[in-house]
Design a binder for this molecule. Structure first.
Ligand code: NDP
Length: 247
């Protein structure tokens, strides 16, 4: 019987997923990072050390997901934590968004989250325990222009989090979401620096007055995955310096 916890973090090779994997591995959780780019995963694995395992997986290849989950189970025996972090965005004028654009965002951000969760939950139900963390966004808390598909997808994530929580919590599986606010990365910082008006708008409604760090999302995920959160389910936790409640 495994004593170490086993986690899957989709998109764990970069950005917020990497920060989550970092907190997990540093706290003794064997963490499987999944993504499409093998080199990205390998580089991340080298940084994350021996508690990290890189497993290539394209979450939009829905037919391959059951085999991916079985591979994890064969190698590690159990899955305690699933973090549905992999996500894509696309900024376009509303009328420029094609059917394919819209569908592609929904495939990655919603359908893949459902299919991977379903396959992992089948296993978690055999043990009556488990924790699922979905990564949402401020785009589900208020209206953002030019991200119609992304907003639809992240609002779906909030709804799915609540629907999964009411159905699965009686069976020992807690389901929560994290809604990151404006989190620092070279890309987000550059985007804001190149658009002073947007920058003023963002910080004008962020009571803490600065961006978050990826590790803030990692810490929130570690908390939700831990026994400290054993009575927490169905919440969408904003980690946003107050942005979602700022005037
Ligand atoms: P990144 O682009 O840095 O990371 C996204 C990750 O998802 C990559 O590692 C990518 O790996 C993986 N990924 C994308 N598509 C697939 C796929 N089809 N199959 C498997 N893996 C995939 O983004 P962020 O770290 O910024 O975002 C992570 C999550 O946080 C997303 O859900 C995003 O919506 C959310 N978020 C981020 C915010 C921010 O400020 N950064 C704010 C609010 C929400 P690969 O390319 O190798 O497949």
């Amino acid at each position: 019987m495994q004593t170490k916890k086993i986690a899957i973090v989709t998109g764990g090779g970069s950005g917020l997923g990497f920060a989550i994997a970092q907190q997990f591995t540093q706290n003794g959780i064997t963490t499987i990072i999944a993504g499409r780019d093998v080199n990205k995963l390998q580089t991340a694995k080298e940084q994350l050390g021996e508690n990290c395992v890189a497993m290539p997986c394209d979450v939009t290849d829905l037919k391959s997901i059951p085999a991916f989950v079985q591979q994890v189970l064969q190698q590690y025996g159990q899955i305690d934590i699933l973090v549905n972090n992999a996500g894509i965005n696309m900024k376009k004028e509303f009328t420029e968004v094609t059917d394919e654009d819209f569908q592609s965002i929904l495939n990655t951000n919603v359908t893949a989250v459902f299919v991977l969760s379903r396959e992992v939950v089948k296993h978690m139900l055999t043990r009556n325990t488990g924790c699922i963390i979905n990564i949402s966004s401020m785009a589900a808390q208020y209206g953002l222009p030019k991200v119609i598909a992304y907003s639809a997808s992240k609002t779906a994530i909030d709804g799915m989090t609540r629907a999964m929580a009411v159905e699965l919590s009686p069976k020992g599986i807690r389901v929560n979401a994290i809604a990151p606010g404006f989190i620092y990365s070279a890309m987000t910082a550059k985007a804001l620096d190149s658009d002073p008006e947007r920058k003023a708008k963002v910080f004008g409604r962020t009571p803490m007055g600065h961006m978050g760090q990826p590790e803030d999302i990692g810490s929130a995920a570690l908390y939700l995955a831990s026994d400290a959160a054993k009575y927490v389910t169905g919440v969408v936790l904003p980690i946003d310096g107050g942005n979602s409640i700022g005037f």
